[in-house]
Design a protein around this ligand. Structure first.
Ligand code: FBP
Length: 548
């Protein structure tokens, strides 16, 4: 591997750990837990792992095994900055407990466990990846682990390697599967524990005990740097409106965080669009009115942040997507047999309810075609492929044309579309993510050595200095509820959407009218890895607002 000077310098960064993880760790058990909803259903589905207590780590006498153990790691789903530090944290934690402990990485995501593709991780491998972005140490994948045959095959492969525990580093869907796997292995008394780690740049795997998923901090800082740069360009040239779509499949946490960091003119929050039952036309009118108001002040430039999941939150579109999901899941063969999108669309129009058929017919071809694309293995629409920013530019342009004719708009409208997503997912982790991920990994090693299963690694109190972070474990069943997936009710971890009564959204609401009309841009600049703590160790604004 050819290393950049920054990569070489970052190899020797020592991630900060919570005080409780620095020496011998004592586990303190909290009260019995309940799932967040649908308690009776979840308890029935997880009889062996339901109701376990929350665990908190303190300095003290450890109950960890001193027998040598072997652990298998899986990186699951989209990349998120800091994954390599989760791995180095697990590795260092296990080796500290017993140098004979072994760590295996399953290659290419959950599929590696089933297909028995693995690599033993050793000092010389781990040391090259410390504090780096990416998941390339072992690769990631989106294979869904949900079939009993996969679980049994995985168990056979674990047994052959002498693996006592698996760590699944993934988002809500992957941790849902980790929970099902933990329950299955426990019920079989298989001798393989399963621990989850909360990953996703989307920031939607969070709850009372998981303050944020890892990678959100770095990704938002990268996007905010880019948005700031664009805003400075817009404010210099004063001739373009920039429509910036931001990754984050469903929830608008990324758009909200980036807005708090950069103070753009317009920020769309999908959850608000849904709560207000806004139509696409209303979203467009809202943008056009703001463009017109700035034009009246002679400012024909601006920025609009668009969460990538927007289309799924416009009520009519949401209903349409839900119907399409069911239709595509149940008529896969027929749909795939069509050669053209036109034929596919006509077939689906026939099968949709009359109301949704009308909505589907009314969509521009490009968007309709994107809605018919294959779902990901978890059944999600691939919203990254839907060019919402272009759709909105075209619709705003058309609306402004009408407004001009009616004498309601006096400016010039030239727009540029951008999509920031992949450029943030493998960035070198910020100090926050480097420390947080290492702590999450280290925590997982303690949970394993203490014989726990069905837990997610948790590190809290994140706006305090790392020394004061609170590490422990949260039963994954505690985060679950029943949801409709692929046309069936399934137990899943509840996705955390932006709360409209939450502090981060309120902070945006308090300022957005001012930011819309007046140019109040903030230019955050690139992530800093070396320098004063008030520059290098900042948590996200979301965490800061939520902790107030
Ligand atoms: P995870 O939920 O697996 O972390 O993935 C998040 C994400 O980056 C979304 O923001 C985005 O919609 C999606 O992955 C893109 O998926 P892909 O990498 O398969 O194109």
């Amino acid at each position: 591997m050819i290393k950049s000077p920054l990569q070489i310098a970052r190899e020797s960064y020592s991630p900060k750990l919570p005080a409780a993880l620095k020496g011998s760790v004592k586990i303190v058990e909290g009260k019995k837990t309940e799932s967040v909803a649908d308690q009776a259903d979840i308890e029935k589905l997880f009889p062996n792992t339901y109701g376990m207590p929350v665990l908190t780590f303190e300095e003290g006498e450890s109950g960890a095994t001193d027998k040598a153990i072997s652990v298998g790691l899986i990186l699951s789903g989209g990349q998120a900055p800091g994954g390599h530090n989760v791995i180095s944290g697990i590795y260092d934690g296990l080796k500290k407990l017993n140098p004979a402990n072994k760590v295996y990485g399953f290659l290419g995501g959950p599929g590696g466990l089933v297909d028995n593709n693995y690599q033993e991780l050793t000092d010389d491998i781990i040391d090259h990846y410390r504090n780096t972005g990416g998941f390339d140490i072992i690769g990631s994948g989106r294979t869904k682990l949900e079939e009993v045959e996969q679980f049994d095959k995985g168990l056979e492969n674990c047994k052959a390697l002498g693996i006592n525990a698996l760590v699944i580093i993934g988002g809500d869907d992957s941790n849902t599967n980790a929970c099902v796997l933990a329950e299955y292995y426990k019920q079989k008394d298989a001798g393989v524990q399963v621990i989850g780690c909360p990953k996703t740049i989307d920031g939607d795997l969070k709850n009372e005990m998981i303050e944020t998923s890892f990678g959100f901090d770095t990704a938002c800082k990268v996007y905010s740097e880019l948005i700031g740069n664009i805003q400075r360009d817009a404010n210099s040239a004063k001739k373009y409106w920039h429509f910036i779509k931001l990754m984050g499949r469903s929830a608008s946490h990324i758009a909200l965080e980036c807005a708090l960091q950069t103070q753009p003119n317009i920020t769309i929050i999908s959850e608000e669009v849904e709560a207000k039952s806004m139509t696409l036309d209303e979203v467009v009118s809202d943008i056009a009115n703001k463009v017109a108001a700035r034009a009246a002040n002679g400012e024909n430039f601006g920025t609009v942040l668009i969460p990538e999941g927007l289309v799924e939150f416009i009520p009519a579109m949401k209903k349409l997507i839900a119907e399409l999901n069911d239709l595509l899941a149940h008529n896969e063969e027929e749909v795939n047999a069509f050669e053209t999108n036109k034929e596919k669309r006509e077939y689906l129009v026939e099968k949709l309810s009359a109301e949704m058929a009308e909505v589907f017919k009314s969509l521009p071809n490009a968007i309709a075609n994107q809605l018919m694309l294959d779902r990901d293995p978890h059944g999600n629409v691939q919203v990254s492929m839907i060019e919402t920013e272009k759709l909105l530019i075209d619709m705003v342009k058309a609306k402004l044309k009408k407004m001009k004719k009616a004498g309601e708009y006096v400016g010039k409208f030239a727009a540029q579309g951008h999509f920031f997503g992949y450029e943030g997912r493998c960035a070198a982790p910020s100090n926050f993510d480097a420390d947080y991920c290492y702590s999450l990994g280290y925590t997982a090693s303690v949970l394993i050595a203490e014989g726990k299963t069905g837990y997610m690694s948790s590190v809290r109190n994140l706006t305090a200095p790392a020394e004061k972070w609170i590490a422990g474990g949260v039963p994954v069943t505690m985060m679950m509820n029943m949801e409709r997936r692929h046309g069936e009710m399934k137990p899943v971890i509840q996705k955390a959407l932006v709360k409209l009564d939450g502090a981060p959204f309120k902070a945006l609401c308090a300022k957005r009218d001012d930011w819309a009309l007046n140019t109040k841009y903030v230019y955050p600049g690139p992530i800093q890895y070396f320098g004063p703590t008030e520059v290098c160790d900042l948590p996200t604004k979301t965490l800061v607002e939520e902790s107030k």
